[in-house]
Every structure is written in structure tokens, then in C-alpha cells.
Design a protein around this ligand. Sequence first.
Ligand code: NAI
Length: 247
Amino acid sequence: MRNFENKVTAVTGSARGIGYSIAEAFAKRGAISIILDINKEDVDLAVNKITEQGFKAHGYQLDVTNNEVVEQAFKQIVEEHGRIDVLINNAGITRDTLVLKMSEEDWDRVLDVNLKGTFISTQKASRYMLKQRDGVIINVASVIGISGNAGQANYAASKGGVIAFTKSTAKEFASRNIRVNAIAPGFIETEMTAILPEGVVSKYLESIPLKRMGSINDVANLCLFLASDEASYITGQTINVDGGLIT
Ligand code: NAI
């Protein structure tokens, strides 16, 4: 199925992990996948991995917290590809620790990347989408942004903020045919979670009704649906992809 033929799809933090699998999934359906990531070496590897399979990808190295650089990147994307159809705000980090031990720097950086980064990319990309009167934005939040978690107050606040930002931008952009939704992944198998000790993993699994960790494809599939015409009446929502963890 190539329902995203030549659709320009930008994914932040897509040089690896969930973001990469989203970028690859769109490319496999015909999209021009734009890899945006802070890590230059991984950007090149990700672009090569997609183009070697015969699909379309281009990469830009950027830090989503840098207003001017992000503005320039979207300008260049539109100059080179003519438009921007889909933006997926996926770049995210954790700096876990208890509130009493949390440095201001740990608080600021997580909020900056996860929440301000989402605002900056949304603002830059939506300027073009508003002119096109067409576009889709998907923000990668987390179930932690809904439920909270001890040791992740900064991360939870950033992801809760992403959900509120999603609702507001959906209302702002709806009249111009731009849909904005958030997704809230649960426990997904990535490099981030691969390092967890076996005991922690089995404890998590006990609380997941579907009794398995999610795969990066589970997350990508939800993005494909939300960006498709089949989801044309869905905006301002947060959809969980978590095996039933949060209900
Ligand atoms: P990851 O750490 O494997 O990948 C994150 C990517 O973002 C990396 O390529 C990194 O270089 C990039 N990045 C980090 N800071 C950046 C910045 N300032 N500017 C541009 N790029 C930057 O993480 P993963 O697991 O793939 O997570 C992706 C998203 O999914 C994040 O927003 C995360 O919070 C969210 N998520 C992940 C879950 C999981 O179980 N892995 C669960 C729920 C949400």
C-alpha cells in the first residue's frame, strides 16, 4: 500500500528507535521521509538504511530546541520538496531521578527537548501547512504524561504538556484543515528499554493486559493511521498504544 506517495513527512528524533521506524514506515508507503535528529552520524546512517531499500529519505541534523536552526531546516525542506504534509514530533529524552534530587538542568533540558521542541517544530512547519490548508501533526507523548511516574516528574510534566499543547493546536488549526493528535506509547522495546534489568521488565509485563512489550512497529502503525485519510475526522485526541496498560 503506497497511500503516502510523495507526501513530505518530517519526523524529529528519527535517526534511531521509534522515530526511525516511523520514518521508514512512511517511506515504505511512498513518502519522502525527512529525518531530523541531533546526531549527525546517525542521521546519515538512517537515510542510507531507507534509501538502500529503494525508498526516499533526506536528513537534516538539528537540535529541536534551537529556534533559528529549526526554522531554517523547514524553510529548506519546503524549498527542496515543495511542501510539508506530515510532521511527527518524536524527539524526546529522559533524565530520571526523584524530585528532591533533580537538578534544575535536568528539569530544563527534558522540558526543553520534549515540550519546547514540539512547540518550535510545530510553529515552523505549521506556517507552511496553514498556507497549504492541509497538514497532519502527530505528537509523541507517553502514558507517563497521563499517569505520572515516581522518578520521572520532569518527563511526565513534559509529556502531559505535549498532550495539552496537542489539544490547543488542534483547535487553532482545525479551520485550516490541519489535524493534530498525540500518541501515548506504553512500554516499547527500544534501545532505551533494552538496558532495563530482567526483574524490572517482568514486573512491567505483569501490569500490561496484553502481556507483552510493544514493538516499534506498533507505534509506527498508529502514526500511519492517524496521518491517513481514514483518520480525517480525528483531531485533538491522545491515543494510547500500550497493550491496555492505561484505560
Ligand atoms: P531514543 O532515545 O531511542 O531516540 C530518540 C531520538 O531523538 C534519538 O535519535 C536522539 O538523537 C534524538 N534526539 C534527542 N534529543 C534531540 C534533540 N534535542 N533534537 C533532535 N533530536 C534529538 O528514544 P525512543 O525510545 O525511540 O523514544 C522516541 C519517543 O517516544 C520519545 O519522545 C519518547 O519519550 C517516546 N516514548 C518512548 C517510549 C519507550 O518505551 N521507548 C514509551 C513512551 C514514549
